[in-house]
Design a protein around this ligand. Sequence first.
Ligand code: NAD
Length: 437
Amino acid sequence: MRLVMIGSGYVGLVSGACFADFGHDVVCVDVDDGKIAALNAGKVPIFEPGLDAIVQSNAAAGRLRFTTDLAGVVREADVVFIAVGTPSRRGDGHADLSYVYDAARQIARAAEGFTVIVTKSTVPVGTGDDVEMIIREENPSADIAVVSNPEFLREGAAITDFKRPDRIVIGTEDPRAVGVMQEVYRPLYLNESPLLFCERRTSELIKYAGNAFLAMKITFINEIADLCEKVGADVQKVAKGIGLDKRIGDKFLHAGPGYGGSCFPKDTIALVKTAQDAESPMRLVETTVAINDNRKRAMARRIIAACDGEVRGKTIAILGLTFKPNTDDMRESPALSIIQGLQDRGALIRAFDPEGIDAARSMLDAVEFGTDAYEIARDADALVLVTEWDEFRALDLKRIKRLMRTPLLADLRNVYRSADVERQGFRYVGVGRPEAA
Ligand code: NAD
């Protein structure tokens, strides 16, 4: 089948490359000339494990192409996916749909023959209706079906998630579109991936409900972690104890500095806004958003407290900047709020991240970036583990202790055991464990 991806970011590029890997003929489109030029030169502009290889092999096989010429490729397409960004709208937190609507207008002008237009971007309930209306207004004779097919991949594990998803949600009531979407996903279906067909609005809401539920789960365990610190319990054992219950499950029960990333923060707020507009407020999600916002800043206060209440003129070394390991995505990373909170109190910040530094440079002021954990630990008054990259999991603590001015490890991901770290002569601060400050 001939597929077009509008938007070649984390979702569009991964989806496009994986569809090509399954044998479809795919063209990825973007408005960003630099991104397309890089892709055409064999360079993948984002860091996602395994992506380089499948982009290169499928491009070499001629199944995966890149262009800025949307109209030229949409004309030939059977299926056009919209995978552009839907960030929070400045000021009110609603999803900004301007990129989706722009793409819809451009597609409408170019589509020829029966074309299935699939919204893969995360969009509020009813957006499919708007996209359909825009296309019909722009090109009344267009023969189209507008389908919702939200994406559930996680950055850092995007290729496995795309190729072996827990489920594929497809929202359409158009029988022709059902047939086309079955054909698009047939290669995955052989891997027993369950296709869930439903109404378009239901599909749109599934994505938000899923993300809000996961954000709530993280926030729940973070609050349990706070309680653990007050009452002398261990959140990791509480998480294990409840996670073994199959009704709860063990995923998303790691206490930490609060959720971040390009999805949970904006999607929870957008769901809150949709629910308010529908006069069906989601108070659980509203509270989740508020608790999580507060938590990131609270982590800075925790570090300040561990530095005897004073960080002015002290050097704090930050390990990990991206919102989670195995990505270069810095969007809404807890590290941003933590660093700001420390700088506001006069701390000098040094930081290292295996993949995030390029993106971090444009988002952080007055931070000195290092090339590894040991370099930033030199003469530091505290080492703060913010993102649990593999390479931070077995640090040479003896060496770090010799380098630091004050041996203090604030481990916001509970990677280390306090007793092991303290044995090396450090003060240790974790999250939700009896030893935590
Ligand atoms: P991104 O910012 O990485 O990529 C979006 C791309 O779209 C950019 O390269 C941009 O230049 C391009 N673009 C914008 N307007 C365009 C147009 N008119 N024509 C062509 N290209 C255009 O965003 P992303 O992280 O891939 O997210 C895309 C959507 O998928 C969002 O709605 C997001 O919520 C959703 N989503 C993201 C993830 C994730 O992990 N990143 C997971 C699931 C769903």
